[in-house]
Design a protein around this ligand. Structure first.
Ligand code: ASP
Length: 416
C-alpha cells in the first residue's frame, strides 16, 4: 500500500534521479575539460537557480500560514515544540561530532597555511547578535521579502496564521482558501521546474568545477595545507548524515532510513549541487508530500522552518572551522571557550540564510566570540566550495528527516 501510486509515476521518478546524476557527472567532465567554455552555459544554471528562488518566498509564506492557521488552537504548540526540539537536538549533536573529530584529527596542528582566499568584506563584517535577534521582528515585511530575509517572513506569517483563527469564520476561511490556492499554484510551478533540474544542475556543476579547474596550482596548495580540514568536514557530515540521522529516523519514525533517503534523493542531489537550502525547499516539500506521504500542512511548516533554522551541516562546519583556525594559529582554547564555540555555532547556523556562502558570512560571530583572528576566514574561503556541498546536503537532509519524524509522531501514515 505504501508503494508509489502508479508504475508510470515510478518510472518518471527513477528516470529523473538518474538524469540528475548524469547531469552532475557531465557537468563535472565539462568543467574539468572545458573550463574556459563554462561562460557559455552559465546562464542556464542562473536561470534554473533564479526560477527556484523565485518561488521560495510565496512558498514559505503560504505554507507557514496554512500550517499555523490550520493547527492554531489545536496541536500547533505541540508540533512547533517537537519540530524545534528535534532541530535543536540534532544541530547540537552535529556540532559535538564536529568538535570530537576536529579535536581528534587535529587538522590545523603543525601546519603552515598561507592566507589564500580574499576574506575581503566577509571578515570585516560586524555581525551583531542583538541586531540579528531584533531583526526577526520585521519593521517592514515587504523589505524583508525583497531582501530574501526569511526569518522575519516566517515570524510574520506565524503571527498572521495565529491571529487568523481569531477572525470571523467567514474571513478565516477566505484567507485559508487563498493561501492554500497560492500554495497549490506554487507547487504546480515547482513540478515544472523539477523537470528542468538535470539541465540546470549540469550547468551549475560545470561552472563550479570550471572555476576550480582554472587554477590547478592553488588546488595542489589547498590539498597540502587544508586537505585534512576538508576531510574532517566531510567525515563529520558523513557520520551525522549517514549514521546519526538515519538512526534517529529509524528510532523515532520507525521507517527504513535508507529507503527514505532514496525517496528524497532528488532534493538531496539538488542541495549538494546548488549549495542552497532555500532553492531546494520547493523540491523538499514536493518529495516529502508525494513520496513520503507527509501531509501538506506538516511538510510545508516543518520544511519551511527547517530550511532556514535547522542547519546541521553549517553548524558542524562553523565549529570545525573555528577550532581548526585556533590550532593553526597555535591558540589554546579553554573548555569554556569550546563551549562558547558550540553555542555560537548553533546561533550562527540558525541565523544563516539558506543561500550559498551564508555560513562563511556568519562565521564572524563564532570567531569574534572567542577572539579568533578574523583573517582566518580567508583561509577557510579557499576550500569553502568543497565544504559547502556536503554541508548544504546535510542541512536539507536534517529537515527532510525532521518532517517524517514529526509527521509520524502526529500519527500520519507514511508511504516510505
Ligand atoms: N549554503 C548553506 C545552505 O544553503 C548555508 C551555508 O552553510 O552556507 O544551507
Amino acid at each position: 500500500m505504501n508503494r508509489e501510486s502508479s508504475g508510470k509515476r515510478r518510472g518518471i521518478r527513477i528516470a529523473l534521479h538518474w538524469q540528475i546524476l548524469i547531469g552532475i557527472a557531465l557537468g563535472a567532465v565539462f568543467g574539468i575539460f572545458l573550463p574556459h567554455w563554462t561562460g557559455y552555459i552559465e546562464w542556464i544554471g542562473d536561470l534554473f537557480l533564479n526560477a527556484l528562488n523565485m518561488i521560495v518566498i510565496p512558498l514559505i509564506a503560504s505554507s507557514i500560514f496554512i500550517g499555523v492557521a490550520g493547527m492554531a488552537g489545536g496541536n500547533l504548540g505541540r508540533v512547533l515544540g517537537k519540530t524545534l526540539g528535534y532541530y535543536l537536538c540534532t544541530t547540537v549533536t552535529a556540532i559535538v561530532i564536529g568538535l570530537v573529530l576536529v579535536s581528534t584529527i587535529k587538522p590545523g596542528v603543525g601546519k603552515d597555511v598561507v592566507l589564500q582566499g580574499d576574506a575581503g568584506g566577509i571578515a570585516t563584517q560586524e555581525i551583531n547578535m542583538v541586531d540579528q535577534l531584533t531583526g526577526i521582528v520585521p519593521s517592514n515585511v515587504f523589505a524583508a521579502m525583497a531582501d530574501g530575509n526569511i526569518l522575519p517572513i516566517i515570524f510574520f506569517m506565524i503571527v498572521l496564521g495565529i491571529f487568523s483563527t481569531k477572525l470571523e469564520k467567514r474571513h478565516y476561511t477566505i484567507l485559508l482558501d487563498f493561501f492554500t490556492a497560492v500554495y497549490e499554484l506554487i507547487m504546480k510551478v515547482t513540478m515544472f521546474i523539477i523537470r528542468l533540474t538535470p539541465i540546470g544542475i549540469f550547468s551549475v556543476m560545470a561552472c563550479m568545477i570550471g572555476a576550480q579547474a582554472g587554477h590547478p596550482e592553488s588546488l595542489v596548495d589547498i590539498v597540502k595545507g587544508l586537505g585534512l580540514f576538508v576531510l574532517t568536514v566531510w567525515a563529520g557530515c558523513l557520520i551525522h548524515g549517514g549514521l546519526v540521522l538515519p538512526a534517529t529516523v529509524w528510532g523515532l519514525a520507525r521507517v527504513n532510513p535508507y529507503r527514505h533517503m532514496r525517496k528524497v534523493s532528488t532534493p538531496l542531489l539538488t542541495a549538494f549541487t546548488t549549495c542552497s537550502s532555500s532553492a531546494t525547499l520547493p523540491l523538499s516539500i514536493r518529495y516529502t508530500q508525494e513520496q513520503c506521504g507527509v501531509s501538506e500542512r506538516l511538510a510545508g511548516l516543518t520544511l519551511s522552518l527547517g530550511s532556514t533554522v535547522n542547519m546541521n551541516g553549517t553548524a558542524l562546519f562553523e565549529c570545525v572551522s573555528a577550532i581548526f583556525i585556533a590550532q593553526l594559529y597555535g591558540i589554546h582554547l579553554t573548555v569554556g571557550q569550546e563551549i562558547t564555540i558550540v553555542l555560537t555555532s548553533l546561533l550562527a547556523a540558525v541565523g544563516s540564510a539558506g543561500i550559498p556562502m551564508a555560513g562563511i558570512v556568519m562565521m564572524a560571530i563564532v570567531f569574534n566570540a572567542v577572539g579568533l583572528p578574523l583573517e582566518g576566514v580567508g583561509i577557510i574561503l579557499a576550500v569553502q566550495q568543497i565544504c559547502e556541498m556536503p554541508r548544504t546536503c546535510l542541512n536539507v537532509y536534517g529537515d527532510l528527516c525532521g518532517a517524517v519524524i514529526v509527521a509520524r509522531s502526529e500519527g500520519e501514515k507514511l508511504t516510505i
